[in-house]
Design a binder for this molecule. Structure first.
Ligand SMILES: Nc1ncnc2c1ncn2[C@@H]1O[C@H](COP(=O)(O)OP(=O)(O)OP(=O)(O)O)[C@@H](O)[C@H]1O
Ligand SMILES: [Mg+2]
Length: 288
């Protein structure tokens, strides 16, 4: 399998407090991975390390009271950071990684099309980019990306006039124009209604399937992880406590992650016929 993201011995402390503990994992091309875990478990911190927006602890640092091994994070075969230091070419590597945030994805006062064209910034000379002067060919690429996410009819509208779900789809289009081969999405649907959430997740996973892009999405709703992702990585207090096929998620693990009372929040119900398995509320309703 073609490894796209590789992390070894990742440790991160913030002011002496551990945020990520000894994380080693690899993710292959075309995988759709959900990152789940309670608030504060380290999902955003892990994604930011993959994007090279945060650096790991250095080896030998005594923050945890013991010597830490050197950590390496590489994406698409390029080292993003090693032993707490960003690679010299980190800017170039970042162009191959699209990052979609929960909000503040777009430049509000710009049109949808111009926001998407901005994805091409790395390809046009600096002064043109600074003047928002992009060649026609890049505008066509942007328009095609908007078509793919079903947002072409909004091209001339100001970004500020879009709904949250529409903004997220435009952000995905911008990552496509950027030529990103890896898409990292940090709670892209946290503030969206179910219908908009589904459209955003449909778009992300469709793009992954069609282009063999690798997608890692942090999600609060386990039900979405089950519907849209093939693999789940679960974090608890900065440690990986589960890494495997979505189908192997058990009630026991979810109880450990979130507490038994919160299952309903995730749209899940224990399956009475099969102990320790879970079904979505929809599946339960269909079965009755
Ligand atoms: N810049 C920072 N400075 C200090 N502590 C931080 C910083 N960023 C994260 N942390 C701490 O690291 C831990 C992990 O935070 P992180 O934001 O990664 O969690 P999360 O799983 O994304 O949570 P949520 O689901 O609420 O978004 C938390 O204890 C948090 O307080
Ligand atoms: Mg977070």
């Amino acid at each position: 399998m073609d490894t796209v993201i590789s992390i070894s011995n990742l440790n991160k402390h913030f002011k002496g407090k551990p945020a990520l503990n000894d994380i080693s994992l690899s993710i292959s091309r075309g995988e759709t991975v959900a990152l789940i875990g309670a608030s504060g478990s380290g999902k955003s911190t892990l994604l930011r390390h993959i994007a090279g927006l945060l650096t790991t602890d250095k080896s030998g640092q005594k923050a945890s009271g013991c010597d830490l091994p050197a950590c390496c994070v590489s994406v698409l075969g390029q080292t993003i950071q090693e032993d707490g230091q960003l690679a010299k070419k980190v800017r170039q590597h970042r162009a191959r990684v699209g990052f979609i945030f929960q909000q503040f994805n777009l430049v509000n006062r710009m049109s949808v099309l111009n926001n998407v064209v901005l994805g091409a910034l790395a390809r046009v000379p600096g002064w043109r980019g600074a003047l928002n002067w992009f060649p026609k060919s890049e505008q066509l690429v942007a328009m095609r990306a908007l078509q793919r996410v079903g947002m072409d009819s909004f091209a001339s509208q100001r970004a500020s006039t879009l709904s949250g779900g529409q903004q997220q789809r435009v952000a995905i289009a911008r990552a496509l124009v950027q030529g990103a081969e890896v898409l990292l999405a940090d709670e892209p649907v946290a503030s969206l209604d179910p219908e908009s959430s589904r459209r955003v997740l449909d778009t992300l996973t469709k793009v992954s399937k069609q282009d063999q892009k690798t997608v890692v999405i942090s999600l609060h709703q386990v039900e979405y992880a089950r519907q849209y992702c093939t693999r789940v990585i679960a974090l608890k207090k900065g440690r990986v406590v589960f890494d495997g096929p979505t189908a192997d998620l058990t009630l026991e693990l979810l109880n450990e992650l979130y507490g038994s009372e919160s299952l309903n929040v995730h749209g899940l119900t224990p399956d009475a016929s099969e102990p320790n398995t879970i079904k979505s509320s929809n599946e339960m309703a269909k079965a009755v």
